[in-house]
Design a protein around this ligand. Structure first.
Ligand code: ADP
Length: 655
């Protein structure tokens, strides 16, 4: 079926993602290891210098930590030896004790200093890694196809990766390195303890293992739950934004919708909270049981050794060593259990980050890109193009053949949902067709380098971007390679009929077009459209694509713009989507799209003579403008809900 054939690469990507997800589920406890390997590679890539420093700091810290423990045994043995010798000789010789004390104190102090340095190194490493990972997330997001952002399923992956990316990598590094340090400390302490008494080692192992397993089990459950809840969290965040942001403040107040959205938000949060607390309750209950068992075992071991020392099977130094090491093992052991479960959780999140990194763009780049044709040969053709959005079944465009010759103005007319915007997306290669092909100067557009090809277009989509930057910058973004003071910026504004209102603003072209900052200005939608038009004019493109560029303009401005539109666009070609047939009329050639299929094509006069859909629409609009909203107005509105109900109503909507 066309639907399936339309998105082979996207489907593969979905399968790959599902497979990765499945893999995470199936390997269960092995998953952390996979992600850990990759985080080490990232750690190294983010800063080799800090990686080496970090590893060295850990080693030094561990050696000093263990040495201090051992020196305490030496100190106690020195005290016992001096006490016994003094009792025998009757003379007090404190020199060996002082010596041992000084050594232990110096070592302890050195441990403190090394630990401080080590903490700093870990923090630096974490910060480097966090910035590195966030940079990678952005870079990858720029590379991804539009289809990624238009699919909820993919978007979840980004959302999860973001949650993982923002704070997690720094935590993971710190946690991972602390875990390595503690594991080394534990190994050393265990060796010391083993030298004192091997039986206690076994007791300690039995005591710690259940606690570790219980924690890992609940971390896993929490992770699964969070994964399932991504959509719900996103919906709650959306509602939160809806109610608190300035963007919808007007409509929410006039429509008295605030209370409704608020209660929806609270309901969602309550569901999320209840579920999370349920898991939390079970975790705490299970942990209390294993912790009781562990504590009993630990104190059993302590009692056993104290009894043995009392019987003279160990020296006082041994007992002291056991006590400090025992205490250390207890705290290090607890930290290790916590860090392992945190490592598990961190790494499961990181697996999501890597899952996101593993999604490959599905639009292919040619190995040997073809050179772009000369400006005079920029002839675009769609040949029998079919299209279905990835992950959907319904074909939105079928058998489309059209042409955009160099320097010509082409118009595209059709009701909402007929596929006009989708057609533009294909033309700009934001998607590839399922069948048929698009050519430029007779060559398949897939033969050109993607970025070079896209630079040929300046596109204003209906939901064009409004950057929180100055008016000048907003226009310059049409071609960021332009210097900030380029005369082309003002020239473009003049062509888009935007120069007048920009000059009238407090700081002219330097006025920031947002109220987020002091001195900023808020524009009406119609004024924004003219800024967007200026942006398109400023670009050094070959084809202008305008998706309803004048929907919010008042008729006077629109008339002014389109009266000499050809002069304004220079020698470029233009593809215009518009519901205003007065605008469409200026085009050299018009295509009429209906439910994804081209119904009619020709010049305005040809189409009028044909008496088909176009002629019908045109007459309705003409009648409507001439005679005001009579019965015909209802037909226009139902055909085209976005069309203005009357010139007066439209004029009022624009400042
Ligand atoms: P128009 O621009 O003529 O209003 P569109 O090209 O936006 O029409 O939409 C054509 C059809 O494609 C509509 O049925 C719409 O629901 C569907 N569609 C648009 N965008 C997407 C998308 N990202 N994913 C799936 N379907 C889409």
């Amino acid at each position: 079926m066309v639907g399936q054939a339309s998105s082979p690469s996207a489907d593969t990507a979905v399968r790959r993602t599902t497979k990765t997800t499945g893999m995470i589920k199936n390997t269960r406890f092995a998953a952390p290891l996979n992600a850990t390997r990759r985080i080490f590679a990232l750690l190294w890539a983010s800063s080799p210098r800090w990686a080496v420093l970090g590893a060295s700091a850990i080693l030094v810290e561990t050696v000093f930590g263990l040495l201090t423990l051992y020196l305490i045994k030496g100190l106690v043995d020195a005290v016992s030896a001096v006490a016994v010798a003094d009792a025998a000789s009757g003379q007090v010789d404190v020199a060996p004790v002082l010596h041992a004390l000084l050594l232990t104190a110096s070592c302890s102090l050195a441990t403190l200093l090394v630990r401080a340095a080590s903490n700093y190194v870990r923090e630096a490493q974490g910060l480097h890694l966090a910035d590195h990972v966030n940079g990678l997330i952005q870079a990858h997001s720029i590379r991804l196809d539009l289809s990624f952002f238009e699919s909820a399923r993919y978007f979840d992956t980004l959302e999860r990766a973001r949650t993982a990316g923002a704070q997690r990598p720094a935590q993971v590094v710190s946690n991972l390195l602390m875990l390595v340090r503690n594991a080394l400390l534990l190994a050393g302490a265990v060796a010391l303890l083993g030298a004192v008494n091997a039986a206690v080692l076994l007791i300690l192992a039995v005591a710690l293992l259940p606690a570790l397993l219980v924690r890992l089990h609940f971390t896993r459950r929490m992770y699964d739950w969070r994964r399932r809840r991504t959509q719900m969290e996103r919906e709650a965040a959306y509602l939160d934004w809806l109610v608190t942001s300035d963007k919808n403040a007007k409509e929410i107040r006039t429509g008295v919708l605030g209370g409704y959205f608020h209660s929806q938000f609270m309901r969602l949060r309550q569901t999320i909270r209840t579920e999370q607390l349920r898991i939390g309750r079970r975790r705490e209950a299970s942990e209390s049981v294993v912790a009781t068992f562990a504590t009993a075992a630990l104190f059993g071991a302590l009692g056993y050794l104290a009894f043995q020392t009392a019987q003279g099977r160990h020296t006082m130094g041994d007992l002291a060593l056991f006590l400090v090491v025992f205490q250390r093992v207890q705290s290090v052991g607890q930290e290790i259990v916590q860090q392992t479960s945190r490592l598990y959780e961190d790494n499961l999140y990181l697996a999501q980050l890597f899952e996101y990194f593993d999604i490959k763009p599905s639009l292919s780049e040619p190995a040997q890109p073809a050179p772009l044709p000369a400006a005079t040969a920029m002839h675009l053709r769609m040949e029998q193009v079919d299209f279905t959005y990835p992950g959907t079944q319904r074909q939105v465009l079928g058998g489309i053949s059209l042409e955009v010759p160099p320097g010509k103005i082409i118009a595209l007319v059709g009701a909402n949902g007929s596929g006009k915007t989708s057609l533009i997306k294909l033309l700009c290669r934001l998607y590839d067709p399922a069948a048929g092909r698009i050519t430029l100067d007779g060559r398949d557009i897939r033969d050109f380098a993607l970025e070079d090809y896209r630079r040929l277009f300046s596109v204003i989509f209906q939901d064009f971007a409004c950057y929180a930057a100055s008016a000048g910058e907003n226009i310059r973004f049409g071609d960021v390679r332009l210097p900030a003071d380029s005369p082309r910026i003002r020239e473009a504004a003049v062509r888009a009929e935007a120069d007048g209102f920009i000059q009238a603003m407090p700081q002219g072209y330097d006025t920031r077009l947002t109220r987020m900052f002091d001195g900023g200005a808020e524009l009406s939608h119609g004024q924004w459209q003219r800024i967007a038009l200026a942006r398109a004019f400023a670009a050094n493109s070959r084809v202008l694509v305008l998706d309803e560029p004048t929907s919010a303009l008042d008729p006077a401005v629109e008339f002014e713009l389109f009266r000499d539109f050809r002069t304004r666009i220079g020698d470029r070609a233009a593809l215009i989507i518009s519901h205003r047939l007065s605008t469409v009329r200026q085009a050299d050639y018009i295509y009429v799209l209906e439910e994804g299929v081209l119904r009619e094509a020709g010049t305005h006069d040809e189409l009028m003579a044909r008496q088909g859909t176009y002629a019908g629409l045109f007459r309705m609009q003409a009648h409507f403008y001439r005679d005001g909203p009579t019965g015909a107005a209802c037909d226009v509105a139902s055909l085209n809900p976005r069309a203005p109900l009357s010139p007066l109503a439209e004029g009022q909507s624009v400042r």
